[in-house]
Ligand binder design. Structure first.
Ligand SMILES: Cc1ncc(COP(=O)(O)O)c(C=O)c1O
Length: 474
């Protein structure tokens, strides 16, 4: 075997042959340990593994707060086009004009959707976007010569919010929810001071409740010189209907892999762009895409920039999927998706409200939280048991035990692509489970590829390869 090596990227290709004699003795082996298996068996094995997986292409996936909507196949096709997929990050700007034009346009489309003035596409996940946003908040106050070391979050916040604020060096101040599930305005007033850098909140919140007092909150924060940060993970509840800009937010992150139909979770890396109002533009990460006449180029964002938060320009293939989705949907389509998602969530909630408790108010947005506390009290059946039993009926479980302010919580987010039949079936299954004998539910699942697994052990003691398992057994 011989391999052709080429010189540096700018040199004319001068092939040099290398052969076995170039390989150091220490790296040479007499045999390699490859299994002797026919191709047919390998294919069957992997096909079987793939069929054990559950995904948005398999069935309804109402995993609350995750917006597991169907990922359209046209977006996959666009993102795998060679003219995008084969681009090298070190290519000269003049050779990647199409990619830069797409990024430039995507930034503007996202800015319009969120009511912001500029967007960076760099962060690779929602949490990465939150952290970048917190660094921007920090840079903004520092440049104004202000020492602000506190970030306020409601107790219904997603865990990444306080984590991102803490990682950026802020002290996290948690405020309680009011009796209707929205953020407590009096608690907010009491928490805000000259030390407050920002208030991090998602609206609607993780209970699916849209907070009508949001502008009042913004006024309280702005009066003290602090910033309003919008966690955009729930954008599927407001997209095309209102914007964080209209609610007087200063900074927002998006989850392209939730709202705009790109895969996430186990399905691929994400993308968490950050949008800002005018006065924060100079702090955005570098590089930024500029347009001069008809030409696009990448440029450093200047001395006030927080620098890089991810290598190169972000997860371009996820951004491309989101871009294709936005173009295909158009503004009417995006609004329609929101309206349907909210309708589906309320339709399902109405069918379940006599069987499970639904704390905190009535009308919800794109998701709602049920409590299994009465089933736990009466039969010893917990939210986790119900979630596991749903697997037997071919429906992906909801998010359980989050948000933590609801006892035995099950958070459902039936996205806009759920049909009426899907929703009816989901309700039918959940009602049937509530009426089943306790021991059937608490020992489920029976039909999944695995029985009840020890999730703590699986997370803390990961064995991801046979080689690793064997090395531990020795
Ligand atoms: C409300 C909320 N905020 C932030 C995040 C973090 O997003 P990511 O998982 O992309 O880091 C999530 C993720 O589920 C979320 O639900």
């Amino acid at each position: 075997m011989s391999i052709l090596l080429r010189g540096g990227p700018m040199m004319a290709a001068v092939p040099r042959k290398i052969g076995p004699s170039d390989v150091p003795d220490v790296l040479k082996r007499d045999s390699i340990c490859l299994p002797d298996i026919p191709e047919s068996e390998v294919i069957r094995y992997y096909t079987k593994l793939a069929s054990m997986n559950f995904g948005v292409d398999t069935g309804p996936y109402p995993l609350g707060s995750c917006t597991m909507k169907y990922n359209p196949k046209y977006a996959d096709r666009v993102s795998s086009l060679g003219s995008f997929a084969d681009v090298h990050p070190y290519q000269d700007d003049s050779t990647v004009q199409g990619t830069l034009a797409m990024m430039y346009d995507m930034e503007r489309k996202l800015a319009t959707i969120a009511g912001m003035d500029a967007v960076t596409l760099q962060p690779a996940a929602g949490a990465n976007g939150e952290h970048a946003a917190m660094l921007i908040v920090k840079a903004y106050h520092e440049e104004r010569g202000e020492t602000r070391d506190e970030v306020i979050v409601p107790d219904s916040a997603h865990g990444t919010n306080p984590a991102s604020a803490a990682m950026a060096g802020f002290k996290v101040i948690e405020i309680p929810s009011a009796s209707d599930g929205s953020a407590d305005l009096d608690a907010l007033r009491a928490a805000v001071s000259k030390r407050t850098a920002a208030f991090m909140i998602t609206n609607p919140n993780t209970l699916g409740i849209f907070d009508p007092k949001i502008r009042e909150m913004a006024e309280i924060l702005h009066k003290e010189g602090a910033l309003m940060y919008y966690d955009g993970a729930n954008l599927n509840a407001i997209m095309g209907v209102t914007t964080p800009g209209d609610m007087n937010f200063d900074i927002v992150h998006f989850n392209v892999h939730k709202t705009f139909g790109a895969p996430h979770g186990g399905g691929g890396p994400g993308s968490g762009p950050v949008g800002v109002k005018k006065e924060l533009i100079k702090y955005l990460p570098s590089p930024v895409v500029r347009k001069d006449g008809d030409m696009y180029r990448l440029e450093d964002n200047g001395p006030a920039s927080i620098g890089k938060v991810r290598s190169f320009y972000g997860n371009l293939n996820v951004i491309l999927r989101g871009y294709a989705y936005i173009l295909r949907m158009g503004s009417e389509g995006l609004r329609d998706a929101t309206v349907r998602a909210v309708l589906n969530s309320n339709y399902l909630k109405e069918m379940l409200k006599d069987v499970y408790e639904i704390p905190y108010g009535d009308l919800k947005k794109h998701e709602f939280v049920l409590s299994a506390s009465v089933l736990k009290r009466d039969k010893g059946v917990r939210a986790m048991d119900i979630a596991k039993r749903m697997i037997d009926f071919g429906i992906h479980p909801p998010t359980v035990y989050f948000p933590m302010l609801v006892d035995e919580s099950m958070m459902f987010e039936p996205t806009e692509d759920c049909s009426e039949d899907d929703l009816n079936r989901m309700a039918e299954v959940l009602i049937a489970i509530a009426n089943e004998p306790a021991d059937i539910v608490t020992n489920a699942p029976y039909c999944g590829p695995v029985k009840r697994v020890d999730e703590t052990k699986a997370a803390k003691d990961m064995i991801l390869s046979v080689r690793y398992l064997k090395s531990r057994e020795q």
